[in-house]
Design a protein around this ligand. Sequence first.
Ligand code: MOS
Length: 676
Amino acid sequence: MNRVEGRVKVTGLATYAAEYPAEGVTYAYPVQSRIAKGRIKRIDGGEALAMPGVLAVLSSEDPPRLGEEAQGDLALFQSRDVAYRGQIVAAAVADTYENARAAADAIVVEYEQDLHDVTLRADHPNLYQPETVNPGYPCDTVKGDVEAGLDAAETGIDVTYTTPVQHNNPMEPHAALALWDTEDRLLVYDTAQGASASRDLIAKTLGLPREEVRVVSRHVGGGFGSKGTTRPQAVLAALAARAVGRPVKAVLTRQQMFDVTGYRTPTIQRLRLGADAEGRLTALEHVAYEQSSTLVEFAEQTATPSRVMYATPALRTAHRLVRLDVATPSWMRAPGECPGMYALESAMDELAYAAGIDPIELRVINDPEVEPESGLPFSSRNLVACLREGARRFHWDRRDPEPARLRDGEWLIGTGVAASTYPSRRRPSKAVVTMREGDFLVQIAAADIGTGARTALTRIAAEALGVAPDRVHVELGDSDLPDAPLAGGSMGTASWGSAVVRACEGLKVNGTVGRADTTEEVKRDAELARHAFGAQFAEVRVNSVTGELRVSRLLGVFAAGHIVDARLARSQFIGGMTMGMGMALMEETFTDEEFGGFLRRDLAQYHVPACADVTDIEAVWLDEEDGELNPMGSKGIGEIGIVGTAAAIGNAVYHATGHRVRDLPITPPKIIDLMF
Ligand code: MOS
């Protein structure tokens, strides 16, 4: 299907959070900490308050009242402590954005500065073992004897990979418009990946009953995790609206987004793998070192994909976290799986070369019967079929396994492969379907963050009702609609779709309306290992003089259950793969070790792939039937596209050059260093 909201988007009629009109609207502009650690001694807003159009200065000098459960980065102006450079410490509210910005500049903040520590190291003395890693997995797992397995191995590798801080950069900046509506409820137009969840968190933060808060986010211009949890701009807008008694917009600049909307933790990952003479794994150990802020423990589940991927008698995974004077990391595009599979799938490639086995065959030999760590059966697992289909389409059989053989003038050419995986979960959701004048209205507080959720749900409802899609209208993005989980963890379609199908079934029985709540249905889901799988293939060209890198071909083959809509799915897959290319070659935010905070805070410095970087990309999928998932038989596809892509590209760079870059992103200077 074409996007049902395609026309309103391309004609500019789709309204985003910052664009809603409000009478008497005012603007809040944040002041950010200039130190990375310490205390605020004094904030003087006197000069700012005397400036034209200025209505209020908010700060910890006179802390606005928040709920008792206000936490972390959302507990604005409650503490005098500074946790990281860039933290919001004050704000100016004025009649125009420009006046608010000028006033914010005039707010004087005096600090008492402490020495900061913003550098992740694998030997950091404050590393610790968190109780769990996101979203609730055990931190460490051990099965069998890893040391014995490594000792018994015919071939072994012990390698460390590092990934940098990475930032989500949705096209639509984080923004909120807060006002009290006609029923005296707080109404927040927010850039949220989930209206229900955002309403709950805003209510909790402000200490309001949730019935007194409404969140509307009908169109969201990308999120990728950064809009998965409510961000400070929503709380800032609400506090400011309360302070000045008028509607307030708080729109973050791109630079501010780098500080306060989350990022992917840098990782240091050590992989030790052993294999016998046939290539069967004898041991696999995956240890990840990560950072969080002093405000919030955010423990990315980096090593968890190693619990899912390969059969081995000895398996150990572990995470170690250190709380630094840095901004709080957060959700970003396949959190855990994405950096974890970069390391695991690069290590598998290194093992394949060390053992003299084709990298596809190594993965096939070690494909497990049951989920390795849990011992649970898979609801379906078709990684091997993806690898085989990809090999056929990519002409893998024509590949010379020796690295650095193929050359076209100055260009070295190589190919690489890696596997993908992502969990297939669903969460409880509600939905209502109503018949109106022969058409059908689907109502659900789902979010369309650019993925095509409206369209997917239109199609799911049409199929469940047995009517043409143009008779179905989907209303979403409003917390006054039936409660639904957020668009995250690749769970949206599975969760919302389940409720929509059940509501449609109810309507068919009742005649005019169907209501569903899948809480009980989801509880009854059998205990199984549910994951989507895929195989990524990359061809790269590396310039032997300049180190310039080009990805000349990308192919992804996925097994993700029933694909709800081919056009939407292809767009998601190639979007994810393109993000993987960014991770492999470009994306990196430097931490400012001297002053704290980040260097590179806009799209001129933080590079993502442009169309010209993506020359030949294709995503295909296998027909996969899985009756253990949800009424659609679908697995989530929002995130698996990025998983494994960076490893496939890195493996291709090795094949092209004979050199292994173990530190992302793979940039020309790193290539040059290795080649000369
Ligand atoms: Mo995505 S990082 O699960 O919003």
